[in-house]
Ligand binder design. Structure first.
Ligand code: PRX
Length: 651
């Protein structure tokens, strides 16, 4: 489902569509780059800072080449909550929470603030202080955003782990961040089933003795096997302290959170975000891209465990005093009109989801959205992967009734917030299905060739950002070297995003997919090496190679090739065991769609696995140049294994 250049040529007239609003946007854009102090300083005044000294941006010689709001002080939870409490928004709904089974809660800004203060008081009693890390492993419950804000209120640093990850992922992230406090729940609910989160946590706790306290939200009344040792019920935590905590005002460059994301090695990268710049970026982008009005309802369907949820379910909406929906459940449960039924019931005006979900609904058919009145929808967003023009048009026609504005938003965990997107709240430029359109003010994006020179119009190249922007991550937690190497070495002085892109005659950006060995599975980012490491950690596996295969709905799915250790023989049982092993160690999103047993993996003379060859075999493309193969017979072998399996599956 990668957008290929040929497909683009059909929908994309490579001639200009210049429009007056593009001119205005370009003026604003130029101003933001030339006078960041003036431009961002003015927007920063819409938020609360306890101190403002020094410049908005101080350029530096080393990556990321700038520090934002270094001498300024603020607290992001104060800006999300307290700032609204002296206004009429105090009694406005912050979240409508709903579960699959229909359980629901309405939480106002005042109520959220009370919850956050109570959690923060409890955490303070547990010894949490400025700069400490607190890991949060919760499903989509109101206690999740409340815990994040409570941690931020203390000037501590949260590390939220997606509740779909399992024990090894949890251990790796706890060890890396050295969190002494973990907040979790006994269970999560999905598709009518219970997922035992605390069980996964207890397994991880066996290998993380430095974790001193485990706060457990008991939804089913059980605390797990670790009970009595480190466990504290969430309800008890809420009554431990004084119930109110003064916010800790921290420097703009103080880390607000770590969010682990996949890279090209087995070790996840702890993208570390600032407080001041990140706050400004989520506030500003939420406002100009989604333009949610006070009387409106906004729904971002992501999970808070990913960056989209951090920035556009928690920080962006709350900083803007928006009313959001928080939904714990699957999009098609109990049937494929679940989301549309909710859109109608809440009168959702602005809706933000992923291309994978859109393609899934395309497959279900338009009869499902047709069952409901979706006329409240004004803006439709997409994020996480390239949206193919066909899905864009379906979304526009069947969810947006041909009238909603589509905002295709390109950004990454590392960028903190939206970077390239249409902006209905500033100057809406003409939309082109499949293009994220133009960089927003503050973003100096370019498509460059292998040498770092601007690529020609219509020519595929690499996406880079040429100067610092407020939302940028500051480093990778505990690994400044990796931060510099991964992002700032390929093109000195520029941020390398790791995506292929192409620019058209109007300067519109078309993002074509990842340029590295990171997969996008249903919009989720997962490193092939992480899956390989998981497979190799099984005693029966000697070697493995994982690649991504294009998929009609999920964009990509992992496919694994495995070489067994002597004494093991391929079997259906072993295949299931290995798939289950990946599920248990990383999580369901990493489980290969197919797993093939082979005798050898195709390798170069220097021993590097030739993924290109495996990819070609899987996608039945010509293999191309294989002269550097160590042993060409292994290509035939991989092909034979694949064909055999395909035949076996057919029969
Ligand atoms: O490949 C790009 C793709 O998602 C990657 C970032 O993934 P992650 O850090 O998990 O963040 C996802 C949510 C922001 C990018 O490198 N991507 C994200 N948005 C788009 C996109 N590709 C094309 N178009 C988009 N709108």
């Amino acid at each position: 489902m990668h957008i290929v250049l040929d497909e683009l040529k059909e929908v994309l007239p490579f001639e200009s569509m210049v429009h007056p609003s593009i001119g205005n946007l370009r003026t604003l854009h130029a101003l933001s780059l030339e006078s960041p102090d003036r431009f961002w300083g003015e927007i920063a005044n819409e938020l609360y800072w306890s101190e403002k000294s020094g410049p908005v941006l101080r350029p530096t010689d080393v990556p990321p080449f700038g520090k934002w709001f270094e001498g300024w002080k603020t607290n992001i939870s104060y800006n999300c909550l307290d700032r609204h409490l002296n206004t009429w928004r105090r009694n406005k709904v912050a979240y409508y929470w709903e579960t699959e089974s229909g359980e629901s809660r309405t939480i106002t800004y005042q109520q959220l603030s009370d919850m956050v203060n109570r959690i923060a008081s409890g955490l303070k009693e547990l010894g949490v202080r400025k700069g400490d890390r607190v890991t949060i492993y919760l499903p989509m419950v109101p206690e999740l955003p409340a815990s994040m804000l409570a941690v931020a209120r203390l000037g501590a640093i949260h590390s939220v782990i997606f509740a779909g990850f399992t024990s090894q992922s949890l251990v790796d992230r706890l060890v890396d961040s050295q969190s002494r406090v973990l907040i979790t729940a006994d269970v999560a609910y999905r598709r009518g089933k219970k997922i035992g989160l605390k069980q996964i946590v207890d397994e991880a706790l066996e290998r993380t003795p430095f974790v001193r306290h485990v706060v457990v939200l008991n939804r089913e009344g059980s605390s797990g096997t670790d009970a009595g040792k480190r466990n504290i019920p969430f309800s008890e935590l809420m009554h431990m302290g004084k119930g109110r905590v003064s916010p800790e005002f921290v420097e703009g460059t103080h880390p607000s959170y770590i969010l682990y994301t996949s890279g090209t090695t087995g070790k996840p990268k702890g993208a570390t975000h600032s407080t001041g710049g990140y706050m400004l970026w989520t506030y500003y982008t939420q406002k100009v891209v989604f333009t949610v009005r006070d009387e409106e309802v906004y729904w971002c369907t992501a999970d808070i465990g990913w960056v989209t949820g951090h920035s556009y379910i928690v920080y962006g909406p709350l900083l803007n005093g928006v009313t959001s929906i928080l939904y714990e459940g699957a999009p098609d449960y109990p049937q494929p009109d679940r989301w549309w039924e909710m859109v109608e019931r809440y009168g959702v005006n602005v809706f933000y989801t992923s291309p994978t979900s859109i393609r899934m609904f395309m497959k279900f058919g338009e009869q499902w959205p047709k069952m409901h009145d979706l006329s409240s929808i004004r803006i439709l967003g997409t994020v996480g992967e390239p949206i193919n023009p066909e899905a864009w048009k379906w979304y526009h026609a069947h969810i947006g009734a041909e009238k909603a504005v589509i905002v295709d938003t390109w950004w990454q965990t590392e960028t903190g917030g939206i970077m390239i997107s249409p902006q209905p709240g500033n100057h809406l430029v003409p939309l082109k299905p499949g293009s994220a359109t133009l960089p927003i003010p503050g973003v100096d994006a370019e498509v460059v060739d292998e040498d770092g020179q601007p690529a020609k119009q219509g020519q595929k190249g690499f996406l880079v950002i040429k100067r610092p922007w407020p939302g940028q991550f500051m480093t990778l937690w505990g690994d400044d070297d990796r931060f510099r190497t991964v992002y700032f070495t390929k093109y000195p002085g520029m941020y390398y995003a790791g995506d292929y892109a192409v620019k058209d005659a109007d300067g519109y950006f078309w993002i074509l997919g990842r340029a590295d060995e990171v997969l996008k599975v249903a919009g989720h980012r997962i490193g092939t090496v992480e899956i390989e490491d998981s497979l190799i950690s099984h005693p029966a596996v000697a070697e493995s190679a994982v690649i991504g295969r294009n998929d009609q709905v999920k964009m990509q799915v992992p496919v694994a090739f495995v070489v067994l250790r002597p004494g093991n023989t391929p079997s259906e049982n072993l295949r299931s065991e290995l798939l289950n092993h990946v599920k248990k160690t990383i999580g369901p999103i990493a489980v290969p769609d197919q797993l093939y047993f082979v005798e050898r993996l195709p390798k170069t003379r220097s021993g590097k696995i030739m993924r290109r060859v495996i990819g070609a075999v899987v996608e039945e493309r010509p293999i191309g140049d294989v002269t550097t193969l160590e042993d060409t017979t292994s290509v035939d072998e991989a092909r034979r294994a694949y064909n055999e399996l395909k035949n076996a599956m057919k029969s």
